[in-house]
Design a protein around this ligand. Structure first.
Ligand code: TXA
Ligand code: MG
Length: 322
C-alpha cells in the first residue's frame, strides 16, 4: 500500500473506507495512527489483527472537538474541560469513565476510555469529514518503533491497511502524554510533550506520575518502542570507551548522540541529534529506524539528562533498550 497525497479526493476515499469498516492510517502531530471507526467492533478488531496487539490493550479514541467527549465519556469532569481547553487540539490523551455504549474492544474491556483531539490538519480534516470517533493506536507492529512518516507505515503494515494518508513527517514525534482523570487523583500514565508541570499549572492540583497502574497500557510494558537490533543506553562519559571496545571486538555499531564528540570511523554509523528535547523528539524514531535498517550488531544511545524536558525521551529510550 503506497502512501497517498492528501487531497479532497483522498480524504473522501478514507472516510468511505472508515464507513465500510476498513483501516486508514493517518498522520497526527505525534505519530501516525492506524484508524478504524471506534463505534464498529468488527473494524476495531482489524486494528488488533494488523498490529499483532493483545486484545486487552485499550485504544485511544480520536475526536474532532472537545464537545464530542460527551459521546464517549459517561461524565466529563471540570478538570477534563480545563485540560481540553488548554491543550486540545494537541498531544494530550485524557482517560475518563466510559459510556456503556463504547465497544469493549476499544477499551480492552476496561470501564474507561482514552480521548484525544489531535493537532494535525489532516487528522482534523479526516475526523470532521468522518464525524465519529476514530480509534487509533500508533501504526506499527506491536512493540516496535512508532512511525513518524507515511513510508514507515507502509514498511510496517503494508497491505493490512486500506489507505495511508501522507501528511509528511510528524512535528512532535513522540506519543501523546496520557493523563488519567477517571478516579479523582490525576495521574500521568505516559509522559509526552505536555509536561507534568504544565498539567499541574492548569489543574492547580498535584498530578501523580504513575509507573504502576491497575490499567494496563502497552506503553507501560518494560519493552516497547524497540528496534530489532540490540540497543543500549550509555552515559556520555562512557560512550567513547564503549564504542572503542565494541569496534575493537569487530562489531559494527550505530550511535545516536546529541552532545558527545565522536570521530567517524569505518565500523561506526553516527547519527547526531539536536541537544534540545523538543528538537530531538521529532528525529528520535526515524533515527532509530534508520540505524535498525543497517544490520548493525549494536546501537549505542547517549543517555539524555534526567529532567522534565527529557521525560518523554527517557521513557521511550528506557523501553527501547535492554
Ligand atoms: O500520540 C498518541 O497517543 C498516538 C496517536 C496516534 O494519537 N497514539 C498512540 O496509541 O500512541 P497507542 O495505542 O500506541 O498507545 C496508546 C496508549 C496505550 O498505552 C494504551 O494502553 C493507553 O494509551 N490507553 C488507551 N486507552 C486507555 C485507557 N482507557 N486506560 C488506560 N490506558 C489507555
Ligand atoms: Mg504505540
Amino acid at each position: 500500500m503506497n502512501p497517498k497525497p492528501v487531497t479532497e479526493e483522498s480524504i473522501r476515499h478514507a472516510v468511505e473506507l472508515l464507513r465500510q469498516g476498513q483501516l486508514v492510517a493517518f498522520p497526527t502531530e505525534t505519530v501516525y495512527g492506524l484508524g478504524a471507526d471506534a463505534a464498529n467492533p468488527d473494524a476495531v478488531a482489524k486494528i488488533f489483527a494488523a498490529k499483532g496487539r493483545p486484545a486487552d490493550h485499550p485504544l485511544i479514541v480520536h475526536i474532532a472537538s472537545a464537545a464530542q467527549m460527551h459521546d464517549w465519556a459517561e461524565a466529563v469532569p471540570e478538570a477534563a474541560l480545563r485540560l481540553a481547553e488548554h491543550f486540545w487540539p494537541g498531544p494530550l490523551t485524557i482517560i475518563l469513565n466510559k459510556k456503556s455504549t463504547v465497544p469493549a474492544s476499544v477499551t480492552g474491556g476496561q470501564d474507561t476510555v482514552g480521548l484525544r483531539v489531535p493537532a494535525n490538519p489532516v487528522a482534523l480534516q479526516l475526523l470532521s469529514a468522518f464525524g465519529g470517533g476514530i480509534a487509533a493506536p500508533s501504526a506499527n507492529r506491536f512493540g516496535h518503533i512508532s512511525p513518524t512518516q507515511a513510508e514507515h507505515v507502509a514498511e510496517e503494515l503494508g497491505d493490512s491497511v486500506g489507505c495511508i494518508l501522507d501528511g509528511g513527517a510528524c512535528s512532535v514525534g513522540v506519543e501523546s502524554t496520557i493523563i488519567d482523570l477517571s478516579d479523582g487523583v490525576p495521574a500521568i500514565l505516559r509522559p509526552g510533550r505536555i509536561t507534568r508541570s504544565q498539567l499541574k499549572a492548569v489543574l492547580q492540583t498535584d498530578v501523580r506520575l504513575s509507573t504502576q497502574s491497575k490499567i494496563r497500557a502497552p506503553g507501560m510494558l518494560a519493552v516497547h518502542y524497540a528496534p530489532n537490533t540490540m540497543a543500549l543506553l550509555c552515559p556520555a562519559d562512557t560512550l567513547i570507551t564503549m564504542t572503542d571496545d565494541l569496534c575493537a571486538q569487530g562489531n559494527h555499531i550505530g550511535i545516536l548522540a546529541f552532545s558527545t564528540e565522536i570521530a567517524e570511523i569505518p565500523c561506526l554509523h553516527l547519527l547526531r541529534l539536536p541537544a534540545d528535547a523538543e528538537l530531538y523528539e521529532p528525529a528520535l524514531y526515524s533515527s532509530l529506524r534508520a540505524l535498525d535498517n543497517l544490520q548493525l550488531d549494536t546501537i549505542l544511545i547517549e543517555q539524555p539528562p534526567d529532567n522534565e524536558a527529557w521525560a518523554a525521551v527517557n521513557d521511550r529510550l528506557n523501553k527501547a533498550t535492554v
